[in-house]
Write a protein that binds this ligand. Structure first.
Ligand SMILES: Nc1ncnc2c1ncn2[C@@H]1O[C@H](COP(=O)(O)OP(=O)(O)O)[C@@H](O)[C@H]1O
Ligand SMILES: [Mg+2]
Length: 271
């Protein structure tokens, strides 16, 4: 879809895999001879992203924005300090090796403040696969043990949003489409986890639109898929932000072509 959209602007978008990019860099002594006009960085290899930026290339999205999104703990902190509404969270302490233990005072404080059930989320994860609901202290402890040395956050469960969320696609400070995702048998609304989608674009409130756009601005994104939860009074609560959001489901649901919007945004922002 991205290649097709680029072609409609007479732009040759050349697909280069991560391994090929690193091979070319090595072969050219880490100084690219022929530089592209821009890089549509559809990857999360941060070393590669930062290296390409060091070579003077403009990346869509920028390396720092991809980094801020990929790590849910970093997303949460940046958005927290920008005053965006999110579920209260405890960020895991760094572990250098999995000693099978967790700081009991940290877990007790999280359980005490967030209550049960609460959500345990790995910092790096997608499709709802690294997100779980824990019902008591035993479940919390076993979930944390299973995560081992990987970073995570413990988050307040937004019960008013059970099995329901919104995915808004932002491109260049504009929400181009949105879908309501629902799952009657799981608290996670991800489509890849069995959820269903319906077009929500015309039902968006100004508060929902504004929160998604503000999150992208705070994180330095050109475009992103933003997940919003429904708070107790229906108010939007930021769940997470995806710098490399898949958009085929959104296209099937809403008919809005994110690839075309992204290419249009890149071409107009370059002129
Ligand atoms: N704090 C929360 N309260 C209620 N539901 C949540 C919460 N966090 C996540 N969810 C649900 O779990 C899904 C997956 O979580 P998310 O943070 O988006 O991770 P992923 O990157 O795996 O999609 C969300 O789409 C939402 O339906
Ligand atoms: Mg998500």
């Amino acid at each position: 879809m991205l290649e097709g959209a680029a072609a409609s602007f007479d732009v040759e978008l050349k697909r280069i895999g991560g391994a090929d990019a690193w091979r070319i860099l090595a072969e050219e002594g880490y100084e690219l001879k022929k530089k592209p006009d821009f890089v549509l960085f559809w990857d999360k290899d941060l070393r590669l992203a930062y290296e390409l930026e060091r070579q003077g290339l403009r990346l869509y999205n920028p390396a720092a924005a991809i980094e801020a999104c990929d790590d849910k703990t970093l997303t949460w902190l940046l958005c927290r300090h920008a005053g965006l509404p999110q579920p209260d969270s405890f960020i895991s302490p760094k572990k250098f090796h999995d000693d099978g233990l967790s700081d009991p005072a940290f877990l007790a404080a999280a359980a005490d403040r967030l209550g049960f059930p609460c959500v345990v989320k790995e910092a790096f994860g997608s499709f709802g696969q690294q997100v779980s609901l824990v019902r008591d202290e035993d479940e919390l402890l076993s979930q944390i043990r299973q995560i081992g040395e990987r970073p995570y956050l413990i988050q307040r469960y937004v019960a008013s949003s059970e099995g329901r969320d919104l995915r808004l696609q932002v491109v260049g400070e504009r929400v181009i489409a949105a879908m309501l995702r629902e799952n009657a048998s799981d608290f996670r609304a991800n489509i890849t986890n069995g959820g269903t989608a319906s077009d929500y674009t015309d039902r968006l409130t100004p508060q929902q639109t504004e929160l998604a756009v503000r999150a992208c601005r705070v994180l330095g994104l050109d475009f992103a898929g933003v997940d919003l939860l429904f708070g107790e009074k229906g108010e939007p609560v930021l769940c997470e932000v995806n710098s490399n959001a898949h958009f085929k489901n959104l296209y099937d649901c809403t008919g809005v072509d994110t690839a075309k919007e992204i290419m249009t945004y890149i071409m107009t922002s370059r002129n």
